[in-house]
Design a protein around this ligand. Structure first.
Ligand SMILES: Cc1cc2nc3c(=O)[nH]c(=O)nc-3n(C[C@H](O)[C@H](O)[C@H](O)COP(=O)(O)O)c2cc1C
Ligand code: SF4
Ligand code: SF4
Length: 447
C-alpha cells in the first residue's frame, strides 16, 4: 500500500490533499468535518484585520455548466473571512489542538504595512498553526483596497511583504500567487527573493461569467449592477498546470516547493499537479460541488495508481514530468503521426470529416463508393489530432506514429530516426546548420 504522507516545508500531513482557503475552511465546524472525512490539511479562509469585511447579501456565484449540468467553471465575488479575527484565531487554536496530525496553514491578507503583518503573524503563531499563506491573489474587492492581487501583480511588493513575514515569524511562509498577470515567473522569482519557503497557485482568474440580456447587466447581478469576480473550477486547471510548469523549469525558481491549486477534482488531477512538481495540492470548487467526501475517492485513487506504478511514496513521482516540458522550438520535427479511425467504433456522425474539411487539411473522406464512410487520407493528414478531440466516441480515432524508414505519403519524405528541431531546420534563418541543410536537403518534414 503506497504511503501518501507528505512533508511540505516541515508541515506534515497524512496525505497531500488540502482544502484551499475559501468557504470550506471558513470555520471550525467545516474544518473538523473535513478532517473527519479524511482531508490531510487545510488553508484556513483568509484572515484580515478587524473590523472584518462585509460581503454582499445577494448572489455571489456564477457558473458555467457542461451539457450534463456538470459544473465546469465557478465565479465568485466573495471577500476574505467576514468573521471577527478573534473568533477565527480561537477556533484555529482549538482545531489544531484536537487534530495535531493534520496540516493547518492560515491564509492572511492585511494592508501593505510592516506593522500590520508583524501584528497578525504574532497572533497566528500563538494558535499553534503550522504555517501561513500570504494571499496576494484575490482579484476582486480586496484588490481595489490595495491588497490581494494588487500586491500579487507587483513583484517588488511581493518581495517586500515576503521579506517582512520571513523576518517576523518562525512559521513557514507560502506565497499564494495570482494568475492575473502576464508571466508568472516574475512574481514567483520575487517570492523566492523575499525568502518565501514556497509558492501556491493559482488563485482565481478575473472574470465576468455572462450577461443577463433582460437586465442588460452581467451576472451575478446585485440590484441591477455587477462586478467582476474570480474564476475557478475544472476549467482553470490547464492554466494552473502551465503556470506551475513555468515555475518548475525556470532556472531561478526550479526546486522552489509548490502547493498546486486550480480545478483539482479527481486523484488523477492531483497526480498531474504533483508530476509537475507540487508537493501538496489544494482543492476548493470540487469540495464545494460534491462535498468533503470527495477526498476518499482521491485518497483511494492516488493510492491504487501509485501501487500500480510501483511508487511507494509521493516523493517517488513529484516533479517527474517537469523535465518533459520544453519550448516549442525543441520539439522533434521528425516525429510524424497519422490519424486512424476504428471502423467498428465509428457511428458515422461525420463530425471528423466536417472539422477536417472546413478547418484543417481535407484529410477525411465522407463518401466512398456512394456510401457514408469516414477514413483518413494519409496523403493529406498532417497529424494535428483535431479529429481525435472532436469525435464523440472515445478511442474511435487514435494517432499512429510512423516508424523511422517509412515514407510519409503527404511529403514523400522518409521518416528519420534522428531528433531534429526548429533550431536546426533549414527554414530557420537563425539555424546554425542552415548552410549545411541548404547543401543537403530532404531531411526534415513539414515544409
Ligand atoms: C467562494 C470562494 C472564496 C474564495 N476565497 C478565498 C480566500 O479567502 N482566500 C484565498 O486565498 N483564496 C480564496 N479562493 C480561491 C481558492 O482558494 C482557490 O485558489 C481557487 O478557487 C482555485 O481552486 P479550485 O479550482 O479548486 O476552486 C476562493 C474561492 C472561492 C470559490
Ligand atoms: S467523428 Fe468519430 S464517430 Fe463521427 S464519423 Fe468521425 S470517426 Fe466516426
Ligand atoms: S489529424 Fe488533423 S489532418 Fe489528420 S485527419 Fe485528423 S483533423 Fe485531419
Amino acid at each position: 500500500m503506497a504511503d501518501l504522507r507528505t512533508d511540505f516545508l516541515g508541515i506534515k500531513s497524512p496525505n497531500p490533499f488540502w482544502l484551499a482557503s475559501a468557504p470550506p475552511t471558513d470555520k471550525a465546524y467545516n474544518v473538523v468535518r473535513a478532517f473527519q472525512a479524511g482531508w490531510g490539511g487545510v488553508v484556513w479562509k483568509t484572515l484580515g484585520e478587524d473590523p472584518s469585511v462585509v460581503n454582499v447579501n445577494g448572489p455571489r456565484y456564477g457558473a458555467i455548466h457542461g451539457p450534463d449540468r456538470r459544473l465546469i467553471g465557478l465565479n465568485n465575488i466573495e471577500l476574505i473571512t467576514d468573521r471577527p479575527l478573534e473568533v477565527n484565531l480561537r477556533e484555529i487554536t482549538e482545531v489544531k489542538r484536537d487534530w495535531p496530525d493534520r496540516a493547518i496553514v492560515v491564509s492572511l491578507m492585511v494592508p501593505c504595512e510592516e506593522t500590520s503583518w508583524v501584528s497578525i503573524l504574532k497572533r497566528v503563531e500563538e494558535t499553534g498553526a503550522d504555517g501561513v499563506e500570504l494571499n496576494f491573489g484575490c482579484p476582486h474587492g480586496m484588490s481595489e483596497r490595495g491588497m490581494g492581487s494588487a500586491v500579487g501583480q507587483v513583484p517588488e511588493y511581493i518581495e517586500m511583504v515576503a521579506r517582512w513575514c520571513k523576518a517576523n515569524t518562525r512559521m513557514p511562509v507560502i506565497v499564494k500567487l495570482t494568475p492575473n498577470i502576464t508571466d508568472v515567473r516574475y512574481p514567483a522569482r520575487a517570492a523566492k527573493r523575499g525568502g518565501a519557503d514556497a509558492v501556491s497557485l493559482i488563485n482565481t482568474i478575473s472574470s465576468i461569467m455572462g450577461v443577463d440580456l433582460d437586465q442588460m447587466a452581467p451576472s451575478p447581478t446585485i440590484d441591477g449592477k455587477a462586478s467582476h469576480g474570480g474564476y475557478c473550477g475544472p476549467a482553470v486547471k490547464p492554466i494552473a498546470l502551465n503556470m506551475i510548469a513555468e515555475i518548475g523549469r525556470d532556472a531561478e525558481t526550479a526546486g522552489l516547493p509548490i502547493s498546486g491549486i486550480g480545478g483539482i477534482t479527481t486523484w488523477r488531477d492531483a497526480a498531474e499537479f504533483m508530476a509537475l512538481g507540487c508537493g501538496t495540492v489544494q482543492v476548493c470548487t470540487a469540495a464545494m460541488t460534491y462535498g468533503f467526501r470527495v477526498v476518499s475517492d482521491m485518497i483511494e485513487g492516488l493510492s491504487r495508481w501509485m501501487d500500480s506504478k510501483g511508487y511507494t511514496s509521493v516523493d517517488d513521482f513529484v516533479g517527474l514530468a517537469v523535465p518533459k516540458v520544453t519550448d516549442w522550438q525543441y520539439l522533434n520535427l521528425n516525429y510524424v503521426t497519422k490519424a486512424r479511425i476504428d471502423q467498428d467504433l465509428c457511428i458515422k456522425c461525420g463530425r471528423c470529416h466536417i472539422a477536417c474539411e472546413d478547418t484543417s487539411h481535407q484529410a477525411i473522406t465522407h463518401l466512398v463508393d456512394g456510401r457514408r464512410h469516414f477514413e483518413v487520407i494519409d496523403e493529406e493528414c498532417v497529424g494535428c489530432n483535431l479529429c481525435v478531440n472532436i469525435c464523440p466516441v472515445e478511442d474511435c480515432i487514435t494517432m499512429e506514429t510512423l516508424p523511422p524508414g517509412a515514407i510519409d505519403p503527404r511529403t514523400g519524405i522518409v521518416v528519420q530516426s534522428e531528433y531534429a528541431n526548429w533550431t536546426m531546420h533549414r527554414n530557420n534563418p537563425m539555424s546554425v546548420t542552415s548552410q549545411q541543410f541548404a547543401a543537403e536537403p530532404v531531411v526534415l518534414p513539414g515544409e
